[in-house]
Design a protein around this ligand. Structure first.
Ligand code: ADP
Ligand code: MG
Length: 243
């Protein structure tokens, strides 16, 4: 079976710093992969490379078997198939919730406005925020804003969803509603790669946990294996510091 996402020998250098050092990662359809590792270990850079927000210096990334890091590829066509959500500041403050969701599909991906709008409203209804469609983001709680940002990433029915520390800017009491939404998406079969420092969440939602260290995946496996019985001393040290 072809992986939805396949990263082979991905290398990314910033100046002198080798941030991704020949990293390999395959993600199967419906699989949820959690990336863990110290701050600066390259989790965000990897997600940004997959979404073509950063150019890789070496190696290849394939999406559904198509070579997306080929320089001839149009990044917008790839991004239509990959949703990405960041830690914070995801919504445009000067646009309504509905316009936030439909802006890229209509402007960048040339979707029909009526169709994008209908889909956006259905997604909002699904997360219980239909009545907020015409509100501006500052009228929403942080948790509601982040749920809208996730829903916005779904509007093109992407093959892959990338989530970069999507709960770390939230007040603790708002984290749960965002995690519940991600759990729902997993139940729907969405293929996801998420960077997180919440080990409880990684344990609950991930099929596989990957520990990044020095620009590579040093250790990976089911959550109970990597989080409870890590083999590598660096993984053990990382988890001990969190405890
Ligand atoms: P993580 O998400 O695991 O905390 P990052 O991928 O954000 O790690 O960062 C990995 C390393 O790459 C860090 O040392 C960071 O400073 C560096 N880095 C990330 N983006 C840039 C950039 N645009 N320019 C220079 N250095 C960067
Ligand atoms: Mg990061």
């Amino acid at each position: 079976m072809t992986a939805v996402l396949s990263c082979q020998g991905v290398r990314k250098v910033f100046g002198e710093a080798v941030v991704l050092d020949g990293l390999d990662l395959d993600v199967a359809e419906h699989e949820v992969v959690a990336l863990i590792g110290a701050s600066g270990s390259g989790k965000s850079t990897l997600l940004r490379c997959v979404n073509l927000l950063e150019e890789v210096d070496d190696g290849m990334i394939h999406l559904d078997g198509a070579h997306i890091t080929d320089p001839r590829v149009n990044p917008d066509r790839v991004r239509r198939k990959i949703g990405i959500v960041f830690q914070a500041y995801n919504l445009f403050p000067h646009l309504s919730v509905l316009d936030n969701i439909t802006l890229a599909p209509v402007r960048v991906h040339k979707r029909r406005p009526a169709e994008a709008r209908e889909q956006a409203l259905a997604l909002l209804a699904r997360i219980g925020l239909a009545e907020k469609a015409s509100a501006y983001p500052d009228r929403l709680s942080g948790g509601q804003q982040q749920r809208v940002a996730i829903v916005r990433a779904l509007v093109n029915s992407p093959r892959l969803l990338l989530l970069d520390e999507v709960t770390s800017a939230l007040d603790p009491e708002l984290v749960g509603e965002v995690l519940d939404l991600i759990r729902d998406l997993k139940a729907d079969g969405m293929t996801m790669v998420l960077a997180t420092h919440e080990m409880t969440f990684a344990r609950q939602v991930a099929d596989r946990v990957c520990f990044l260290d020095a620009g590579r995946i040093l250790e990976q496996g089911p959550p109970e294996q990597v989080l409870d019985n890590p083999v590598e001393p660096r993984t053990q040290q990382f988890l001990r510091r969190l405890a």
